[in-house]
Each structure stands twice: as C-alpha cells, then as structure tokens.
Design a protein around this ligand. Structure first.
Ligand code: ATP
Ligand code: MG
Length: 399
C-alpha cells in the first residue's frame, strides 16, 4: 500500500472555514485562479509531518481571518485544525493536528509562551511531541519560494538537506534539536559569564558539558548528512531522464574532518575547537565552527556549473531532480516514497521537462500533490491523476 492521504479535513485553516476532500492514492492536481486556496491546502498537508510547514509560518497566522480583518481572530475561540486519514506502509492512521491560541487543549508547555507548538493526535491519542508524526508520514515539498534556494544563504539549503535526512531517518530531528539547544545554552552562558574560567570552576564544568554535547550531537548530525548526501548522489548519478544529473555535497568543517578520519577523532577535535574558541565566540556572538554553518552544494553535471550559477530554469530542474531522486531513494530503501507537495511546479519548465515530470511522478507510485493556475498544462496527466478545482476557498472534484 503506497503512503497516501485518503481523507483531509481543514477547519478554520487559512482561507478555509471547513473543507473536506477524499483522495485516491495517485497524483492529485489542484488548479484554480490566484488566491483560490491551492497553496493553503498544500500547507495543511505539510503539517502532517514534524516542523513548521511549507511556509514556516507562525501558528497563529494560520488561523482563519475574516476577510478585511488583518489581525488573527481573537482568543482561543477559533482554533485551526487539520485532520487526515492516511494510509501508511503499516496501515491506516488518523492524524489530527492544530493550534489553539491561549494555552488550551494541549497542556500549557505545548501551546503557550515563546515555544509555540502545535498539538498532535495520532489515532485519537494526544502525543507529547510532534516528532511522533515522522513515524507515520513523510513528505517533501517544492514551493515557488524555493526557486531562490541556490541564491540565498546556506540556512535554507541546510534546512532542505535536513528534511531530506530526517525523511529517511526520523532520529535526525532529535540530533539537530539537541545540538541547537546545547549551542544556545553555551552562548547564553558565554554571554552572561564571559569566556573566562577554563580552570575547572562551575561555569567551566557546565561549558565543558555543553561542548561535549555539541561535539557528540554535531558529529552525528554531520555524519547523517554525509551519509544521506552520498546515497542521494549515487541515486542521482544512476538517474536517467529529462532532469539534469547533479552532484551533491554536504560541505562544512565537521563534515571535512569526518571525511579524513574516524568519528571519535572528529568529536575530540570539535570539542577542542569549541573550548579554544570560547573567547572568539563570545565576541562574535556565535559558535564559529559547527554543523549549524554547513551548506548543501549542488553542481549541474551537464554544464559543470555550481547550481548558484545556473539559469532559473536549470535551477528549477535541479531542484526537481533532487526531490525526485530523494523520493526514489526512499522508495527503494524503505519501500515507501514520501508524499510530494509540488506547488506551481510547472512554472519555468518547458514542455519536454513538464511531460517528463508527469511521467516520473506516475512511475514513482507516490501520492504527489500538484498545483497550478492553468488546468491545460496538466492535461497529459488525464487518466493518471485525480483533478480538483479550487475556487474561492472551495475544493471540488472535477467531473
Ligand atoms: N489566515 C488566513 N485567513 C484567511 N485567509 C487567508 C489566511 N492566510 C492566507 N489567506 C488567504 O488565502 C487565500 C488563498 O491563498 P493561497 O496562497 O492558498 O492561494 P493560491 O491558490 O495558492 O494562489 P496563487 O495561485 O496566487 O499561488 C489568499 O487570498 C490569502 O490571502
Ligand atoms: Mg499558491
């Protein structure tokens, strides 16, 4: 059974008051005019996996606003929710996720204060952490905003890479979070107490503990990225088709150490660098070395150019190649491809590439959600996909 969202219900989610739709397990095409609600629907699906969704939105912003009302609806009276019945390789699972402003419904730590969290229910049971979703559903997405992925700083590429990693290795999320947490705590301590005290005082002991955690988790993060990128690189090299062949590399200091020696040596080295860098890090306000600074480097093998030097269309084709490659890899390794959410994917693709994409999607055996404003562009998928019209925040099956 291929992973697929069979039923989706949105409640007070963005432009939707209440929307329900039933889907088959193959590709789903959503078409409609600008502002109809297509991306909002993909965003709802992206909340079926851990994280902040494909817009990286604040949870309160997702709450439905009345038209003409720029402020979110007041108070906890209008929570938003996404419910889905999902077929997974391990059977059917019912997922409910949402957000209730004002700290109700999920325990206070889940919903209040600066650590804004959404609640998650799996088969009716509230779970402590949204990370549990990764045991059931995985998803990858491409949005028009990601057209700039190769032109921006490394942060968004790192996030893209980490999503590829934890899509196949859910424990990666915990590693990244533990590393980030230790890094923040270390900076907090350096800011409040200064870098002095390497002589075994209380601050030194605590700093050393945090640096130990950073070294252990940081090396694990870098190793997981290297492993995924190596496998993805092999998959991309084996891929034939209309999308460019690409080389991928996880580039960073710790990744470099791991390439030259055993993990334990990299850990020791990272720990030493952190300890020696306390004064510098205090002055700059950030740890100058570590996997929080790594980058995903992509090369178009057809031209030999780094992705950042490619044309807009070439960059889009590279992104599609990466996402399709990762989905195929996952299908090969785990027997189940991720859900793919491809927002306005046909923009920048010529006819040949668009048709090749549709063929790849059909062969992949994944539930791929595609959006676009022009229904005609999706005509080649007739008979191979389910079509919905989206207009004025209503989704209706095309008959
Ligand atoms: N919290 C919210 N409450 C109510 N409406 C919202 C909220 N957030 C966004 N919207 C509205 O939802 C509408 C649909 O947005 P969406 O991004 O889904 O459109 P779309 O169909 O993807 O359009 P496009 O083709 O331009 O990308 C927009 O008019 C937007 O202003
Ligand atoms: Mg859109």
């Amino acid at each position: 059974m291929r992973p697929a969202v069979k039923r989706l219900t949105l409640t007070d989610f963005r432009c939707y008051t209440h929307q329900r739709l039933e889907a088959d397990d193959g590709p789903v095409v959503l078409t409609g005019p600008n502002g109809a609600g297509k991306t909002n629907l993909l965003e709802a699906l992206s909340f079926l996996v851990p994280g902040r969704g494909l817009r990286r939105a604040k949870l309160a912003d997702v709450m439905r606003r009345d038209s003409g009302d720029n402020a979110p609806a007041p108070g906890p009276s209008r929570p938003w929710g996404v419910a889905a019945s999902v077929m997974t390789p391990r059977g059917k699972v019912d997922i409910g996720t949402g957000y209730l402003a004002g700290g109700q419904g999920g325990g206070k730590a889940e919903n209040s204060g600066s650590r804004d969290k959404r609640t998650v229910k799996i088969d009716g049971e509230m779970v402590k952490s949204q990370a549990a979703l990764a045991d059931h559903v995985s998803a990858q997405w491409l949005t028009p905003q990601m057209d700039r992925l190769f032109l921006e700083g490394p942060g968004s590429r790192r996030r893209f890479l980490d999503r590829l990693v934890f899509d196949s290795d859910p424990a990666h999320l915990g590693r990244v979070n533990a590393y980030d947490h230790a890094m923040r705590e270390r900076m907090r301590l350096l800011r409040s107490s200064g870098p002095g005290g390497t002589g075994g005082g209380a601050d030194d002991v605590w700093l050393t503990t945090l640096e130990d955690t950073m070294a252990a988790k940081g090396v694990a993060v870098a190793a997981a990225r290297l492993d995924r990128v190596r496998r993805l690189g092999e998959q991309l090299a084996a891929d034939t088709g209309a999308f460019p062949k690409a080389a991928v590399e996880a580039a960073g200091t710790v990744e470099g150490w791991l390439g030259n020696g055993p993990a334990l040596a990299a850990e020791d080295r990272f720990r030493d660098v952190l300890r020696a860098g306390r004064t510098k890090d205090t002055a700059t306000g950030r740890a100058t070395v570590g996997p929080h600074r790594s980058d995903l480097k992509v090369t178009h093998l057809g031209t030999g150019h780094g992705a950042e030097f490619c044309s807009t269309g070439e960059q889009k084709a590279l992104l599609v190649a990466l996402v399709l490659g990762a989905a195929k890899l996952k299908a090969r390794e785990l027997g189940a491809p991720p859900l793919l959410l491809l927002d306005e994917i046909t923009a920048h693709l010529d006819d040949e590439r668009r048709n090749a994409l549709f063929d790849e999607i059909s062969d992949l055996g994944a539930q791929v959600w595609l959006t676009g404003t022009e229904p005609d562009l999706f005509a080649p998928l007739a008979g191979r996909a389910q079509f919905f019209d989206v207009a004025d925040a209503r989704v209706t099956p095309r008959t």
